[in-house]
Design a protein around this ligand. Structure first.
Ligand code: ZN
Length: 216
């Protein structure tokens, strides 16, 4: 069974992907993590995407699709949860082609729906350690406010977590998500969970949806 996670930035998709891995054994295919890993490892692909990511621009749909395709080949036969892809219709169409080649299909599009207010509140609370890169937030606050537990150095706020930038990211998300949600709705595989709730409640909702899937 393969799942695509949908929802705005800051809705907790990464946390849910980890939950699905821990509780149900899904392999996590997070495009953000994969791109960062390639860049850090200095592979030919990583060298191509690193300057784009550093500039703050979005990596092209074709390049993101390329890394998804190579990882689908690597994870052949496993249950997958995709986090961060597809995020627009062009990527969804590229993905259809990739899935045909690798004989994979998506069984469930799980939309973790959070309001603009929730997203702004969560992302503006997010702080990162400049030394170990650990990210703190609403659900994982540092023991001492503004200081990394492990390194003892002051945390910083990422430029794209400033309130004005978050508002803009949310608007961009809404625009690209609308046709994507309609597309999966049309395939009859879209399920919604309320991402405004606590982490525990969101996990419960996700488990309930998976329970229904098995019953089909
Ligand atoms: Zn640290």
């Amino acid at each position: 069974m393969n799942i695509v996670l949908l929802g705005p930035p800051g809705t907790g998709k990464g946390t849910i992907a980890q939950f699905l891995h821990r509780e149900y054994g899904f392999e996590q295919l997070s495009t953000g993590d994969l791109l960062r890993k390639e860049a850090a490892a200095g592979t030919p692909f990583g060298k191509q995407v690193e300057p784009i990511m550093k500039s703050g621009a979005l990596v092209s749909n074709e390049l993101v699709a390329e890394i998804v395709a190579s990882n689908l080949a690597r994870l052949k036969g496993k249950s997958l949860v995709l986090d961060g892809f597809p995020r627009n219709m062009e990527q969804a169409e590229l993905f259809e082609k990739i899935m045909r080649v690798h004989q994979v299909k998506i069984d469930l599009a799980l939309n973790v729906d959070s309001s603009r207010e929730t997203v702004v509140r969560r992302l503006s609370a997010r702080r990162q350690c400049p030394k170990c890169n650990k990210v703190y937030g609403e659900n994982i606050p540092p023991r001492k406010p503004g200081v990394c537990d492990a390194c003892g150095v002051p945390l910083f706020q990422r430029a794209d977590d400033q309130p004005e930038v978050i508002e803009k990211r949310f608007s961009i998300y809404l625009e690209s998500a609308k046709p994507l949600l309609a597309y999966y709705q049309g395939q009859g595989i879209l399920k919604n969970v309320d991402g405004n709730q606590s982490v525990e409640s969101v996990f419960q909702q996700v488990s309930a949806v998976l329970g229904q899937q098995k019953g089909l």
